[in-house]
Design a protein around this ligand. Structure first.
Ligand code: ADP
Length: 153
């Protein structure tokens, strides 16, 4: 099974959207295998957003992401990385499709309520970046019997 790393961002925390966002992944049928509140710092953000380090908006994102604690989550499922990106929607929230988290809940490019891993490779790197092994849980979700067909489990 794949897993994807989600960060519920400070704007969502301030706006009381943690439950709403979590619900979207939960009701999709994904399995929550890690969840915690953390305070990000500039060192981890430099690594996490290394692909944006030379963009003029990088200092803004770094300050924004440190403005409150965030909620880090791991969601697991069959082809979960793609499924989560579809649920989240495109980066520019005001242009994101209705029905997606960003499309329904946000207007901003920067303040787009959630981070989601963009590839299977990055998801594995990001899970290890934000979670110790002891904070990642294994359990059988009995609902999977109904969520997946036999060859997808
Ligand atoms: P995504 O989060 O959709 O994977 P990126 O990795 O490109 O997108 O960007 C990381 C984060 O940086 C975005 O979620 C957003 O908060 C911020 N960001 C990206 N592009 C811009 C931009 N042009 N202006 C302001 N903030 C941006």
């Amino acid at each position: 099974m794949e897993r994807s790393l989600i960060i519920i961002k400070p704007d969502a925390l301030q706006r009381g959207l943690v439950g709403e966002i979590t619900k979207r992944f939960e009701t999709k049928g994904l399995k929550l295998t890690g969840c915690k509140m953390i305070q990000l710092d500039s060192e981890i953000l430099k690594i996490h957003y290394a692909h944006l380090a030379d963009k003029p908006f990088f200092p803004g994102i770094s300050a924004f992401m440190q403005s409150t604690p965030v909620i880090a989550q791991i969601w697991e499922g069959f082809e979960a990385v793609e499924a989560v990106r579809i649920i989240v929607g495109i980066t520019k929230a005001r242009a994101a499709d209705a029905g997606t988290v960003r499309g329904d809940l946000a207007m901003s490019f920067q303040n787009n309520v959630v981070h989601a891993s963009d590839s299977v490779e990055n998801a594995e790197i990001e899970v290890k970046r934000f979670f110790e092994e002891s904070e990642v849980f294994k359990y059988d979700k009995t609902m999977d019997e109904h969520v997946y067909a036999g060859d997808e489990k």
